[in-house]
Write a protein that binds this ligand. Sequence first.
Ligand code: AMP
Ligand code: MG
Length: 292
Amino acid sequence: MKIRLKDYRIAPGEEVDLKKRKTLVTPVYHSKDNYHEMLADHVAKLSELQQRHYADNSHAVLVIFQAMDAAGKDGAIRHVMSGINPQGCQVSSFKHPSATEVQHDFLWRAAIKLPERGQIGIFNRSYYEDVLVVRVHPEILEGQGFPAKRLKGDDLWEDRYRSIRDFERHLHANGTRIVKIFLHLSKEEQRKRFLARIDEPDKNWKLSPSDVEERKFWKDYRKAYEAAISATSSADAPWYVVPADDKENARLIVSQIVLDLLDGLKPHFPKVTAAHEAELQAIRADLIGQRE
Ligand code: AMP
Ligand code: MG
């Protein structure tokens, strides 16, 4: 089945209502075998496009993942990027900021991890955490020496959305192509996945008490996501809300998003100039002459 990305893309200015957006849809695959075939096909195409993207060296690609815990970010990144040459790809995870990081503005730690031209950068969480977890728990900022006056009122969040829009527009203007993916999980599916993380010993390490604590703020997170996505989806840096209750289906949609982005860049291997071609032919003749 054809994957229609526009079903998941958030139009600039659209007010997102996550309750109206499905966490589960009819899968694009019709059997497990078919899923593996489709994923392998996407991975092969991604690998080929990435090689040309790397050689072309004209744009950088940035893929941002955001989601509630257990939505499948890590698995999506692992599967989708499995065919990619590690030299051309960098994954950065953003966790609780360090003592050094909180001494800077909220974009700083992400800015120093941005991909170079020819590269694919993956952000596993991002500066969006600063309008998500931090909006749900603004007291985080108090502990960071943030100017107390700025903590009052809603201006802070509107300012941060604007900073993000400006930052992403600046990156786009300078050759970075950005997509932002929200893996949209239901609360019930999270409950099941948390239980699996307790019941399956190999998954125990994945669950911490704080994950379960954050679940209590589900509604606040939904509102923070809705506000952030609505304020920052642009033509140049669109958000995609991807149904995530079916992990396999989510991976196929995610890989299609990255494929379309890379394909849209039309990356090509650099053309050899006539002078370089002549040089190569001269070297070739010389090498042939050196035969012992
Ligand atoms: P995980 O990605 O599951 O390993 O968890 C990382 C944790 O770090 C999540 O609970 C995030 O909400 C948290 N985190 C990431 N960025 C920030 C931030 N800027 N401020 C506070 N917490 C953050
Ligand atoms: Mg976690």
